[in-house]
Write a protein that binds this ligand. Sequence first.
Ligand code: MN
Length: 394
Amino acid sequence: MTSITSTPEKEQIIVLDTTLRDGEQAPGATMNLEEKLQIAEMLDEMRVDVIEGGYPAASEGDYAAVHAIAKQTKNAAVCGLSRATHNDIDRCAEAVRPARRGRISTFISTSPIHMKWKLQMEEEQVYELVIAQVTRARTHIDDVEWCSEDATRSDYEFLCRCIEAAIKAGASTINLADTVGYCMPEEYAAMVRMARERVPNSDKATFSVHCHNDLGMAVSNSLAGICAGARQVECTINGIGERAGNASLEEVVMAINVRNDVLPYRTNIETQMLARASKLVSEATSFPVQYNKAIVGRNAFAHEAGIHQDGMLKNAQTYEIMNPESVGAERTSFVMGKHSGRRAFARKVEELGYPHSEPALEYAFLQFKALADRKKHISDDDIRSLVAAELARR
Ligand code: MN
């Protein structure tokens, strides 16, 4: 008899970034080769485990990008996506061949609605293709990921048969996609748990989550899937991707970091690079980052309300659950606006290098409040001219 003392082991979560594949499929997000190489280099430096570089059979440009990324990448595995055809898979294998660690990710839909309308195939045809696609990919490379597209709307009995067949044919990663962003966290977790329990050879593969954000659940679903035993998460910088986008890498990683008490996992991500990564992807795609975006939005560490600013001046932990420095963001910014209080105003005046004189300061503060009622954005220059005029008057 051995007694097992449970130790809080932090299990490793593999981070697969698909900014350059699913992210680029966002309407209008097309990137050129140079931009893709720059982003891939940054992802590698940030210690993403797998870079999905594109869809080699989709175009010459995609092929060239995946090939070039495979050549330049030093640490991460480089992956290409392919449909369930020999041509797609062979093209993908060619593209990732120069990689130190290459991977083929090959997908097919398993849901009744996709099989009937998109593939126009019966279950058995799809089942045979699953075996054929993984077998073909394995003739090229050892690291093969099989993806069930629209897994969340599939019949679970059939889904489990496909997963078992894919693993038997040599897939070492099984990706269960919530392609249409339809699932709720508890349902998604239940599906991952179900698959791991019901598929007889499930212990021979790593389960992966791939969630879309159509109902704003992509990050929640990804984390729920991880809690249910998935050990790879597919995500993108800034959450870009088809339609409403994918799970955002920075949110998944920082949720694990900040709430490690309830999410006892770890990733290899260098979080101080997150702000830079966000900026680079935003510039390359011309997709702005929403101001209130978690982690990387320009307001993520900005405080305007007087009560908050006062708390922050006393102890940053009053209103911040993580340091801006931990994600490479600029130091906490106090936005001066109509909600700001005296203490924050005094600090701002001091920062701008003006002498501290109580009556002048008080008068300037009242004028500042009046201005802030009329004007949305108060700049440092607005405050400079207010204080300078007040000091000159005295
Ligand atoms: Mn997707």
